[in-house]
Design a protein around this ligand. Structure first.
Ligand code: PHE
Ligand code: ZN
Length: 851
């Protein structure tokens, strides 16, 4: 067996596998360095496949024996696996391989984390466990026997025989190998129970390491809420007797939807008020929902090939967004989703890594678990729902589940369901899946007083992206509302379906010229270019009846003021400060929403705004302007801040619900401004009396920012040194808030700390990932930030290519900066590329970033 050489795979080359599988039986004899995996697989020729080549994927496997129909068979090592001569008739393949989980630092396949065995098979990790057609369109029922001394032995499906040193599991639902999972260790369960809509009793468990039992209750409730929600909203019931979740400390991603046995990064499931912030609770609830929802959108209906990844991810992200909006505040959830899209997907789509929601080629599929596939993929579903309407969306989904249950499906299948149900032609809409880049939507206004006709003329364009010079007009649902100059709504939200490069929207018979509110609720993932003056923005900030656009108007005012400060040292915009001061007192607005009103675009967002306008961002100037703007806000709101802060301090026991979280978010936003005026005294008081992480961490951040955080940082470390998830925060916060001159030095020092462990992705991200997120620090003109990150990426690549490659995206915006910085970054990118035995993952990323 050889490792696969870098090679580009194309969507257009898809062919089905030559055989179907009727059953898979696996036996694991667990051992840290010599685990034996015995497989017995019943194959049968696939009548729909042109080619009968019997090829099985396999990587880093030591083959002990191979048999076909009980007889030893000669296998041939080929790129990425093996080949054998197989009959053109049903047959049974049996193999025994040896693998070494304890030396597997890539965290893909079977590996060990803190003494426990666990697996990660998506996308192509199963081939590191045994020889198999490791592709999502090959589906089979699995029977698993685990032999080992660990007290808890888990796999997918329903439990079977169990005894001293072994356990068996049967999964009746056929599944692709990427959904296989196994866990073995000394684990404790937090049990739960759920009765489905048809009255089936489901056993639930969250499995954790001893000591973490007290951090499971919230996750368990989130799981039950998710199960209920999917029944109520999508009519989807759970389909096994048991649902297990396991928390693992070393994990490359957030979590994984393995059938009946979800495996979670411990940061995505463990929660307690003392150790988790409100933001952590919200994220945990969303990820638990996301993985649970995959049971139908991903597992029961899976992907034909990895190019179709958005089929399960875009839809499942969309579903978890809906869930969060229902569980918490829909208005606030929309703002959060758009902020995340702009922070993570827009830079990707506007730089060298830009790719379609459904890519057409890749070298390493792990590099395509991106914000484009996930977040833009979810936006595309949202647009589809807007276009067909809520009712048709719900019925089309029923049809999708009916028609494709048990299938490995494609985006064509998905769209066909909507076409068949609604009679709509979706061929132009499909461009959202195939065309990369963020469209720019420009709009001009015209008013004809004689007829009372108001016209909005829209023009769409998308800049060329790698491999795509020409762009065609897309279908863009533009939600529009009209307001009267007195602030009343004259026209409620109406969806204008734009299909051409340039197109007008017209309303007649109006008494006065209206003020339009455009792209309400962020109805499409585009950059809106609407040249309006500050008075108009302030009007919308005060009156827009669409909560998203109201927030957006304030945000635009703040952004433009910041850009003027950056460009030519302008004063903070007084109109904005005055409007903010008024809006923040509006008693009808909920605290969580007000907390977002008090926010401002971050340094990276400002840098991107400048480069979108063809200007070169200066990280130091951006950093200075951001700071000055915050100070100006604090001064403008000075009279209100103490009351705003006091009124939203939540007394009594901590509840991680939306209401309490919203109040704490607003109190912390007020505290952050207060600190600009009182040099940290309120923050110190909050730090000293905090009994929950939300308040403690926010106060610590403020103290660090005022330069008075030394003692608090030391106390925080002493208090939490036994809790790895809290210590991740301790690492990340120091790096994130370090001054531009100190960021690289602070990060370097932390990498020398006894608690730094490069093998743990959470700790690595908390340290080096936080450096990449400290805009002015990372882009320091000395190049120290670039060099430090590069040093560590080069080291990590040998151990964990997947996490290394993902973190290379810190460099994706490099072409936006000045020549000196570009040169500094280029040197580092070339240094990575020159590394001996660079992984396929990292090599693909760096090559694409260099362009
Ligand atoms: N499929 C997982 C999810 O979206 C993400 C994941 C991908 C996890 C690859 C691990 C490895 O929930
Ligand atoms: Zn997912």
């Amino acid at each position: 067996m050889r490792d696969a050489a870098p090679q580009t795979i194309y969507l257009k080359d898809y062919t089905p596998f030559g055989y179907l599988i009727d059953s898979v039986a696996l036996t694991f004899k667990l051992h840290p360095t010599q685990t034996r995996v015995l497989s017995k697989i019943a194959f049968r020729p696939n009548p729909d496949a042109p080619d009968r080549r019997f090829f099985l994927h396999g990587e880093d496997l030591n083959l002990i024996s191979a048999k076909i129909d009980g007889k030893d068979v000669t296998t041939r090592d080929v790129d990425g696996g093996l080949e054998a001569d197989a009959p053109d008739a049903p047959f049974v393949w049996e193999a025994e391989v040896e693998i070494s989980p304890s030396t597997n630092t890539a965290l893909e396949g079977l590996y060990m984390s803190n003494g426990m065995y666990c697996t990660q098979c998506e996308a192509e990790g199963f081939r590191k466990i045994t020889y198999y057609p490791d592709r999502p369109d090959v589906m089979a029922p699995f029977h698993v026997r685990i032999e080992g001394q660990d007290p808890i032995l888990l796999s997918n499906g329903n439990p079977g025989a169990k005894g001293d040193g072994f356990a068996e599991w049967s999964d009746p639902w056929k599944k692709p190998a990427y959904l296989f999972a196994l866990v073995a260790g000394d684990l404790i369960n937090h049990p739960g129970q759920f009765t489905t809509q048809s009255g089936k009793e489901i056993e639930l468990n969250i499995w954790v390491r001893p000591g973490d039992e007290h951090k499971c209750a919230f996750g368990m409730q989130a799981l039950k809420d998710s199960m209920k929600w999917d029944e109520d909203v999508y009519g989807r019931e759970y389909d096994l007797d048991i649902f297990n979740i396991v928390a693992v400390d070393d994990f490359n991603m957030g979590a994984m939807e393995n059938k009946g046995l979800n495996i979670f990064n411990s940061s995505a499931v463990l929660a307690s008020p003392e150790t988790s912030t409100d933001a952590n609770f919200e994220r945990i609830e969303a990820i638990i929902a996301h993985e649970y929802f995959h049971n139908w959108t991903g597992n029961r209906i899976t992907c034909r090939d990895w190019f179709q990844l958005c089929l399960k991810e875009g839809l499942t992200v969309y579903r978890d967004h809906q869930f969060t909006a229902d569980m918490r505040s829909g208005d606030v959830a929309r703002i959060e989703n758009v902020l995340a899209l702009r922070a993570r997907q827009f830079p990707e789509d506007q730089g060298p890594l830009s790719h379609p929601v459904r890519p057409e080629e890749f070298q390493e599929i792990n590099n395509f678990y991106t914000a484009t596939v996930y977040e833009k993929g979810a936006e595309v579903i949202g647009m589809l729902k807007t276009l067909v309407g809520d009712d048709a969306y719900a019925k089309a989904l029923d049809l999708y589940f009916d028609r494709h249950d048990g299938d490995a499906a494609t985006i064509e299948d998905w769209l066909k369901v909507f076409e068949d149900f609604t009679g709509r032609d979706l061929s132009q809409f499909k461009l959202w899946y195939s065309q990369s880049g963020t469209p720019k939507l420009s709009v001009t206004e015209d008013w004809d007083a004689s007829t009372g006709t108001f016209t909005l003329t829209f023009t769409q364009s998308t800049a060329p992206t790698p491999g795509q010079d020409q762009k065609d007009p897309k279908v863009i649902p533009v939600a529009i509302g009209l307001l009267n100059p007195n602030g009343d709504e004259v026209q409620a939200t109406d969806v204008f379906e734009m299909t051409q490069a340039s197109q007008s929207y017209q309303v007649t018979g109006l008494a006065v010229r209206p003020i339009p509110s455009i792209l309400r609720g962020f109805s499409a993932p585009v950059v809106l270019d609407h040249d309006i003056d500050n008075d108009r923005r302030a009007f919308l900030f005060a009156h827009d009846t669409d909560s998203f656009n109201r927030w957006e108007a304030g945000r635009d005012l703040a952004r433009d003021s910041l850009l003027a400060m950056i460009r030519d040292g302008a004063e903070p915009n007084a109109l904005y400060l005055d409007s903010l001061q008024r809006v923040i007192q509006d008693p009808s607005l909920e605290p969580a929403y007000k907390a977002y009103l008090l926010g401002q675009p971050g340094d990276s967002e400002l840098a991107r705004a400048l480069s979108e306008m063809g200007e070169t961002p200066d990280p130091d100037a951006i950093h200075a302007a951001s700071k000055a703007f915050r100070k100006a806000k604090a001064q403008a709101l000075a009279a209100h801040l103490p009351a705003l802060y006091e009124a939203h301090l939540v007394k009594g026991p901590f509840l991680p619900d939306a209401d309490g979280a919203g109040k704490r978010a607003l109190a912390n936003a007020a505290l952050s401004l207060l600190t600009k005026l009182d040099a940290g005294s309120a923050a110190q008081t909050q730090f000293d009396r905090a009994d929950n992480m939300t308040e403690q961490l926010a106060a610590l951040g403020q103290l660090i920012e005022t330069g008075t955080g030394e003692a608090a940082l030391a106390a925080f470390y002493d208090q939490w040194q036994a809790d790895r998830l809290v210590i991740d925060k301790w690492f990340a916060l120091q790096v994130a808030l370090a001054t531009p001159d100190q960021a690289a030095g602070v990060t370097r020092k932390l990498t020398e700390h006894a608690d730094f462990d490069m093998k743990n992705p959470n700790r690595f991200r908390a340290t080096l990932g936080a450096l990449a997120g400290n805009h002015a620090g990372f882009h320091h003109k000395s190049g120290a930030g670039y060099a430090l990150l590069t040093d560590w990426l080069i080291q990590l690549d040998d151990l964990n290519p997947q996490t290394t490659a993902r973190m290379c995206s810190a460099f994706q915006t490099w072409r936006a900066y000045d020549e000196d910085r570009q040169e500094l970054i280029k040197t580092q990118l070339e240094r990575i590329l020159a590394k001996k035995d660079l992984s396929r993952d990292t090599s693909e990323m760096i090559t694409r970033i260099l362009g």
